[in-house]
Each structure stands twice: as structure tokens, then as C-alpha cells.
Ligand binder design. Structure first.
Ligand code: CMP
Length: 244
């Protein structure tokens, strides 16, 4: 895969005015308990940046300087082997934040962040982030809740990779996506899908060839339909039976 190095700090341009940024922060869950005035102040201290598809936002091992909040687009969080193979730890989109770990523990970045498509981001400096945490216990709690949620997902994913067959892993990944889109339901669902086969394979812990074979088998069994930029999951119940 081609990685475009992130450019200089002036790559980002002002994209939103203070009111729009304030409205964005109000909408998101992380800062929702701040007052209008605090949100307005926050909107004035953040920096905005744009990234293109495949542009690296930061690398694992970099020193952490800021917290990032996604305004639009999708960011993939990956760890990479020396030969360039990547394993996707998570996909984050609008309203999600990342980069908090190294700001909290003072260690280098624990993973690489790459724009999966065109991404707009706001950055909060370490100093401002730490001040926000100290002054707003609610924000600290929300950060902790997100960390717990990510740890649970990671534990679940380790379980998937460790114990399931290749078709089982692919079925589990599809079911996880379906669950994120429409929790607790069994009806057919369209999952918008911007990933390459290689990225999908990396999440399912298979080769691209195996993934394609398994997806074709699922399609032949009418469990799913593969369409341009989306996967339709027809039958979650039967797909669950493949999780072995
Ligand atoms: P930081 O270590 O500063 O830089 C990499 C970021 O990736 C990290 O903070 C988290 O915000 C994010 N991250 C690390 N592991 C995961 C994961 N398993 N799921 C989602 N996001 C993660």
C-alpha cells in the first residue's frame, strides 16, 4: 500500500468558523457537558487539519503532542510489521477521538493513524487537553469509558483471532459491523464499505485470497451480497452459525 507522508503543519487550512466548531463539539459526546462559553473557548484553541486518503496522521513511536477529534471521514488505527504488513486495530469516524493514550501516559504513540478517505480533524494540544481533564471530571470519565470500550473490543477481537476458523473470523467481523449499524436486530442490513480487500483481510486475520473465497462462499449460500461500496447481510442468524 502506498503511504503518503503527512505534510508540514500548514497542510491544514481553516475549514470551519467558531460557531460551526462550537456546534460540532456540542453534538459530540465527549464535550457535551461543557457550557456554551467553554465550548466556544475550546473552538478557539483547536487547530484544524485536512488529510487525504492514505495520508499518515502520525506513526507508532512518534511523540504525542495532540488529541485528535474527527470532524468528517474515517481514520484507521494500525500496527505495522517491519515488512509493511498492517493489522487494523480500529476504524474511527465522525465524532470519535484518538491520540489520547500517549497524552495520558507520556509514552510514544501506541499505533499509527492513517486517513482511510478524506479526513477533517481538529487537534487539541496536550497542554489544553490535560487542563480540560483536570477541570472537567466528566470528560475524564468519558475518556475512560471510551478506553474501556476499546479494550473490550480488542479483547473480543483477540478471542476471534485466537479461536475461530477463517470463515468464522470473516463471519464474526461482518456480524460486528452489522451489530454496530443496527444493534440487537436480525433483519437484512447494508453496510457501507470503503475498505480495500487487503484492509478487510487484515481485520479478519486472513489472506486476501482466503477472504475472497470465504465471501464468495457466503454469497453462494445467500448469506450476503457483495455490491460496489457496500455489503448486504441478508441473514445474520445463519451467518452466526458460521462463527466456529
Ligand atoms: P496514542 O497511543 O496516543 O496514538 C495511537 C492511538 O490509537 C491511541 O492513542 C488511541 O487513541 C488509538 N488506539 C490505540 N489502540 C486502539 C484500539 N485498539 N482501538 C481503537 N483505537 C486505538
Amino acid at each position: 500500500m502506498i503511504l503518503i507522508l503527512s505534510g508540514s503543519e500548514d497542510v491544514g487550512q481553516a475549514m470551519m468558523n467558531i460557531e460551526k466548531l462550537t456546534a460540532f463539539f456540542k453534538k459530540g459526546s465527549l464535550f457535551s457537558n461543557l457550557t456554551e462559553q467553554e465550548l466556544n473557548q475550546l473552538a478557539q484553541i483547536v487547530r484544524e487539519r485536512k488529510f487525504d486518503r492514505n495520508q499518515v496522521i502520525f506513526y507508532e513511536g512518534d511523540l504525542g503532542g495532540s488529541l485528535y477529534v474527527i470532524v468528517s471521514g474515517t481514520v484507521k488505527i494500525v500496527i505495522m510489521a517491519d515488512d509493511g504488513r498492517e493489522h487494523i486495530l480500529g476504524l474511527l469516524d465522525e465524532g470519535n477521538f484518538f491520540g489520547e493514550i500517549s497524552l495520558i501516559d507520556g509514552e510514544p504513540r501506541s499505533a499509527t493513524a492513517i486517513a482511510l478517505d478524506k479526513v477533517n480533524i481538529v487537534m487539541i494540544s496536550r497542554e489544553d487537553f490535560v487542563r480540560l481533564l483536570r477541570e472537567n471530571p466528566e470528560i475524564s470519565l468519558k475518556i475512560m469509558q471510551t478506553l474501556c470500550d476499546r479494550l473490550r473490543r480488542t479483547d473480543k477481537h483477540v478471542e476471534t483471532l485466537a479461536f475461530l476458523s477463517a470463515p468464522g473470523r470473516v463471519a464474526q467481523v461482518l456480524l460486528n459491523w452489522a451489530e454496530n449499524h443496527a444493534p440487537g436486530q436480525d433483519k437484512a442490513i447494508d453496510i457501507p464499505h470503503k475498505m480495500t480487500r487487503q484492509e478487510f483481510a487484515s481485520i479478519a486475520g486472513t489472506s486476501r485470497e482466503t477472504l475472497t473465497r470465504v465471501l464468495m462462499d457466503f454469497q453462494d449460500d445467500e448469506l450476503i451480497q457483495l455490491e460496489k461500496n457496500k455489503i448486504v447481510i441478508n441473514d445474520r442468524k445463519q451467518l452466526r452459525e458460521k462463527v466456529v
